[in-house]
Design a protein. Structure first.
Length: 314
């Protein structure tokens, strides 16, 4: 079944299950010593989707679950998590030491899912990390991490709200201050928002961002031609016991290009293709271009941006 305007989910259903899938990727990448997210595997176990637990724990092999030579699958997804986790971790480290006397001490993780940066990165003293996701996701992760004895390494505040609703009010109520510079991350989010909600989200981010704020966003492109390939990949996963439908979780329709939209609103933007990130991290790039029209995510890019509100003085 496709998405609807006011649909809801937990971490074992609908778009929530994608948070568990990418956490399984981080768990597997942690096992391979590519990244270090010690909470990923316990969190995937706590959610309990057996297929993802078996991937996270190393029980399933790529040969078992991936289509031979397919440009996407559990191993590719895992490589992508390793590369993007490193990249976004480095973005936050740079934002904390951005050359200003104070550095950025206010962090917003949009669509936080099972993200554990608040518990594993060495945040500077006084940093607040706001994690925004839907109520069932925020509540589950917060409780599961407490049960695991995980200690926050910043002042971590869950903000349980749907990003299609009035999330800026919820964020303010949680203690957010629009007069301070902010570092924002939107990782694995945009495809799951309706196109107009994506624009509204970027408008709110811009309105809430003080001078010098920074943003990192992952921008998805899933070519129509890749639908059949996705279907074949998921069939394989279903044969291995996955019991959550992963088709049709995105919202269809034309959408504005994130980087262009931000540039038009005063952000200085740098685009980094996913393929460049993969190669920089020692992984094979996804086949791209006219010869490979059905490769999912080959055109994905990461957008890093800084908002400069004050004109430079001569
Ligand atoms: C692919 S997961 C990414 C999770 C996390 N950013 C990561 O990379 O591990 C997608 C996440 O987006 C969240 N999400 C999607 N649509 C949302 C919405 N309208 N409001 C709040 N969260 C949303 C889901 O709950 C899920 O946690």
């Amino acid at each position: 079944m496709g998405r609807t305007e006011n649909d809801t989910w937990d971490l074992a259903s609908s778009v929530g299950a994608t948070a568990t899938m990418v956490a399984a990727g981080r768990a597997r990448a942690t096992r391979a010593a590519l990244i270090d997210d010690p909470f990923a595997e316990p969190l995937v176990r706590a959610v309990g989707i057996d297929f993802f637990v078996r991937w996270a724990s190393g029980e399933l092999r790529s040969d078992d679950v991936d289509l031979p030579d397919a440009p996407w699958g559990m191993q590719r997804m895992t490589d992508q998590q390793a590369a993007r986790t490193r990249y976004i971790d480095a973005f936050f480290a740079a934002a904390q030491h951005d050359g200003t006397p104070a550095g950025i001490r206010q962090v917003i993780i949009l669509a936080s899912g099972l993200d554990t940066r608040g518990y594993r990165l060495p945040w500077a003293r006084g940093t607040k990390v706001f994690e925004i996701d839907v109520p069932q996701v925020v509540e589950f992760k917060t409780t599961a991490l407490a049960t695991l004895g995980a200690l926050p390494r910043a002042d971590v505040r869950g903000v349980a709200v749907d990003l299609r609703d009035d999330w800026p009010s919820a964020l303010r109520q949680a203690g957010f201050r629009a007069d301070l510079p902010t570092a924002w991350a939107a990782e694995g989010l945009f495809g799951y928002l309706p196109p107009d909600a994506q624009d509204r989200l970027l408008d709110h981010i811009t309105a809430l961002s003080a001078d010098g704020s920074r943003l990192i966003a992952e921008v998805f492109f899933s070519a129509a031609a890749s639908r059949e390939l996705f279907s074949a990949i998921y069939q394989r996963w279903y044969q291995h016991g996955l019991d959550v439908a992963l088709e049709s979780l995105g919202f269809p329709g034309e959408r504005n290009d994130v980087a262009t939209y931000l540039e038009e609103r005063g952000w200085q933007v740098v685009r980094t293709p996913l393929n460049q990130l993969l190669v920089d991290n020692g992984f094979a790039p996804a086949p791209a271009g006219p010869a490979a029209p059905d490769t999912p995510f080959a055109e994905n890019y990461y957008c890093t941006a800084v908002l400069r509100r004050q004109a430079a003085t001569p």
